[in-house]
Design a protein around this ligand. Structure first.
Ligand SMILES: [Ca+2]
Ligand SMILES: [Ca+2]
Ligand SMILES: [Zn+2]
Ligand SMILES: [Zn+2]
Length: 489
């Protein structure tokens, strides 16, 4: 090995040992990934702390904010001492995508119910799995040696650990890179949104960050910043956290069943049209926040909870027929299609015209038979374009029949702008993005954007060279099914 200290090693060497009170603030790591922003030179003033303004008699006295310094030790899993030798530097990342964790039965907190502890820890793991291709599974049955991350609470001498905890204050927890997490139960751990005590969620997210290989980041908004800031209700990874963990584990990739902008009238102000972008994959979906270029916090969600009355997985296509006198939202699967009742937010069983759903595609669209790969509605031409295999078929909404001359080869209608760079056949999704004012073609983990507008060099409906989907839309990540959110849209 080089004998060079990496940041984590340096941090571990500078950190105080567990059980040895030391008021020195751990040295802040300079992270190179983010634009330099305000640096943390002091911990927040106690007067800004809502905890301190309250007279707490039953709960342990909250610590003054000036002492709310996050202290923990990071160690290599199989070593006792924080000092790492340089010739056996461990690889700093899990090399498998599925990671198992367990809250130790001998290490429950006295502050929260067991169910609360488990659900908070699950949420903390989930927060990381929302941005990297890792899944975390709570495993309460496998033999201990198969559990990657064991978590427990304890005070003083605890859990057979060689490092003593230091009572209330200073050290809150310690974590081993690629290993376990111990929480100092002399701290008053509380659920998120509590205005007193120490948020277990916040501490857990931070410690899991260390286990996954992150060091401290000197940014107020980062969950990896070294000073504990009293819990605020919104607990999110900021951009720097996301990029840092993705530098270790990469971006999430995967193919989608359907992608679309859901355009509908705003229920709170009729007459106003709004849209949200959705990505469907099997039985899950994400809502994408275009403005912040990321998915909504706590996505993915379960399709059947968010889109009632539709098939609960593998939707082939979405079509929004939108003319002056028609506004129909349709979902396709197999040989059938469903009409969605935007107002009541569920699929129609019987629509206002008296049609009963699901209907056969061939009944609603003479000349078209399912299954289809994908479809989209072109507002200008008032055609629905159905894709299947190598072919595309235009269906005129006004004439209620297939446009003469179709089906055609996809590549003839939407040629490649660069030789050989074309999806050819078996598309996953095609959708018009209101945000980008462009049509995108999805296949596998790639996306092709239609040129659009006027360009002399290439036909206006040519497809630009492909890019990975994850470059265009960030952080669309699977989570372990046990952690799926079930709240409605
Ligand atoms: Ca402590
Ligand atoms: Ca599809
Ligand atoms: Zn310990
Ligand atoms: Zn830390």
């Amino acid at each position: 090995m080089t004998g060079e200290l990496d940041d984590a090693t340096r941090e571990a060497m500078n950190a105080p040992r567990c059980g040895v009170p030391d008021r020195k603030v751990p040295e802040l790591e300079k992270s190179d990934d983010i634009n330099p922003t305000e640096s943390v030179t002091s911990v927040p003033d106690g007067s800004e702390d809502p905890d301190d303004s309250q007279d707490v008699t039953t709960a342990p006295h909250p610590m003054p904010a000036s002492e709310r310094i996050w202290r923990e030790l990071m160690k290599n899993k199989k070593r006792d001492r924080p000092q790492l030798s340089h010739n056996q530097e461990p690889k700093g990342a899990f090399s498998k995508p599925k990671i198992k964790w367990r809250l130790l039965g001998e290490g429950y907190s006295v502050w929260l119910s067991i169910e609360q502890q488990r659900s908070i820890l699950m949420r903390a793991f989930r927060i990381w799995s929302e941005v990297v291709p890792l899944s975390f599974e709570e495993d309460v049955t496998s033999p201990a040696h198969l559990i990657d991350i064991k978590l427990g609470f304890g005070t003083g001498r605890h859990l057979g650990c060689s490092q003593l905890f230091d009572g209330m204050g200073r050290e809150f927890a310690h974590a081993w890179r690629l290993g376990d997490i111990h929480f100092d139960d002399d701290e008053h751990f509380v659920p998120p949104n509590s205005d007193q005590g120490i948020s277990l969620l916040k501490v857990a997210v931070h410690e899991i960050g260390h286990v996954l290989g992150l060091s401290h980041m000197n940014q107020m908004t980062s969950v990896m910043q070294p000073n504990y800031i009293p819990a605020n209700s919104r607990m999110e990874l900021d951009r720097a956290d996301r990029r840092a963990i993705q530098r270790i584990y990469g971006q999430c990739t995967g193919r989608f069943s359907t992608v679309f902008d859901w355009v509908h009238q705003d229920r709170s102000s009729p007459g106003t049209w709004v849209f949200q972008t959705y990505f469907f994959r099997r039985s899950w979906y994400w809502m994408y926040e275009n403005r912040s270029n990321r998915t909504r916090y706590r996505d993915p969600r379960v399709l059947s909870h968010g889109w009632r009355g539709l098939p609960d997985s593998d939707i082939d296509a979405y079509v929004h027929i939108w003319t002056r006198d028609m506004d129909r939202t349709l979902f396709f699967k197999g040989t059938q299609y469903w009409r969605y009742d935007n107002e009541n937010d569920r699929a129609f069983v019987r629509d206002p015209e008296g049609y009963v759903y699901p209907r056969l595609i061939s009944e609603g669209f003479p000349g078209i038979s399912g299954p289809i790969d994908t479809a989209f509605y072109d507002r200008k031409e008032r055609n629905i374009y159905f894709f299947r295999g190598r072919n595309i078929t235009a269906f005129s909404v006004d004439n209620h029949k297939v446009v003469p001359g179709y089906p055609k080869a996809i590549i003839d209608v939407f040629p490649a702008s660069a030789d050989g760079d074309h999806p050819q056949s078996d598309l996953d999704a095609v959708y018009y993005s209101f945000t980008h004012q462009s049509i995108f073609f999805f296949k596998d983990i790639y996306v092709w954007r239609m040129v659009g507008g006027q360009q002399d060099s290439v036909p206006h409906n040519a497809l630009l060279p492909r890019v990975p989907i994850s470059e265009q839309w960030s952080d669309i990540c699977d989570v372990h099914p046990s952690m799926l959110s079930t709240p409605r849209r």
